[in-house]
Design a protein around this ligand. Sequence first.
Ligand code: SAM
Length: 218
Amino acid sequence: SDHALDYPKSPQNMDWDAHYPAFAGTGRTPEFADIGCGFGGLMIALAPLYPDVLMLGMEIRVQVSQYVQDRISALRTADNSHQNVSIVRANAMKFLPNFFPKSSLSALFFLFPDPHFKHRKHKARIISPTLLAEYAYVLRPGGIVYTITDVKDLHQWMKAHLEVFPLFEPVSEEALRAEGKGNIVDAVFRSTEEGQKVERNKGDKWLACFRRIEISRS
Ligand code: SAM
């Protein structure tokens, strides 16, 4: 249960300066959001590649989110790096627009999300029509949704829901690489703890990416 979690009333209530002290006073808000970030491998890998882009992980498990916070603090102390990364303990399926202003994100990551195999549990999946409306709201036009999983059924589910949602269009891995996002795609495949586990077990990885379109089509 998440009854103990606090949610900001609106994005203006988020104290981003406390999360990113090196950027205090700039008025910047996160641009990359890693939903269900786990142990934080993606952001740890991407932070030095995009030192001016603020990144936020969202993770529901207490100990795991604390671990990521400690990991970021240690990196900041060690060599002053990773000033642009932070984490909140939150249920990302609730009140996402309370954290991020409209059109503020350029990337949303769903990397190896929990599969919720049983049919009656499908409504607990992190990609659903209701949640897609929220993701479209916080993403800026041109922003990218990255999904990857080792569960083929979940891949097809996420892909199918994103394909029918009018505010997203599919974008191929090749197209992303051609526009300079190859380092992001590589990190999506390889930098997370779950992705590395899948690799050790020689499992398959299915990637599906979508772009937030410019205008709504009616
Ligand atoms: N993305 C990470 C990776 O690739 O290593 C973690 C993958 S792990 C299988 C899924 C993570 O999502 C878990 O850490 C879980 O606690 C988190 N999670 C599940 N539902 C969530 C929710 N509603 N809000 C935030 N985090 C959630």
